[in-house]
Design a protein around this ligand. Structure first.
Ligand code: HQG
Length: 167
């Protein structure tokens, strides 16, 4: 919540690339969670199931690797995706997706995965998952940039409907 959506909630500021100062984060969070220290924060970062957070090289800064709604520039460089990527969603969104393609909604990017299983898990957050296949390499060849986050999530701005397979 703090590193992706609402740093102001604890009076924290993120820099332009989404980094927060570790010591400031700890000091501010310790007001609510007295047991939180650098060791516990390091354990949270290393054990997080999706590796959502990353430290900089000397561990003085921390950020979320993707999924933000606040405006920051993660500074990822464009990268050629594999031929196909997957997106997990649910049936009630399909009609709108057929009309407008995949939209990033409140996040910075549309999130796509290389693994079917990951897309199934993402879709299952909202109900019975429906998997859409994205012809990613074709999109990239047509000039649409892709990025890969530090935790291996594929990101793009918008997937036009003509690159989607609904099966
Ligand atoms: C849908 C979690 C209507 C889209 C997950 C999705 C993921 C449309 C929802 C990460 C639409 C947006 C991202 C359109 C897309 N009309 N609905 N045109 N285009 N949608 O949460 O991909 O735990 O912003 O299908 O594991 O579900 O946060 O995106 O259902 O990796 O790390 O609009 O969030 O990761 O929902 O999930 P989200 P998402 P974390």
């Amino acid at each position: 919540m703090i590193l992706r959506h609402d740093p102001g909630k604890i009076g924290l500021a993120l820099d332009d690339q989404g980094w927060a100062d570790v010591q400031t984060l700890l000091t501010k969070l310790q007001k609510q969670f007295s047991g939180l220290d650098l060791n516990l924060l390091q354990e949270i970062v290393s054990s997080n199931d999706k590796q959502r957070f990353a430290f900089n090289e000397d561990h003085t800064k921390i950020r979320a690797s993707q999924g933000h709604s606040v405006t920051i520039d993660l500074n990822y460089t464009p990268k050629r995706p594999p031929e196909l990527l997957y997106h997990g969603t649910v049936a009630r969104f399909i009609e709108a997706i057929k009309e407008k393609g995949l939209l990033k909604m409140s996040r910075h990017h549309v999130h796509l995965s290389e693994e079917l299983d990951t897309a199934l898990t993402v879709g299952a957050r909202r109900g019975k998952p429906v998997i859409l296949t994205v012809r990613a390499e074709e999109m990239y060849s047509d000039g649409i940039p892709f990025f890969q986050s530090d935790n291996q999530v594929w990101l793009t701005d918008h997937v036009p409907v003509n690159y989607l397979e609904f099966k």
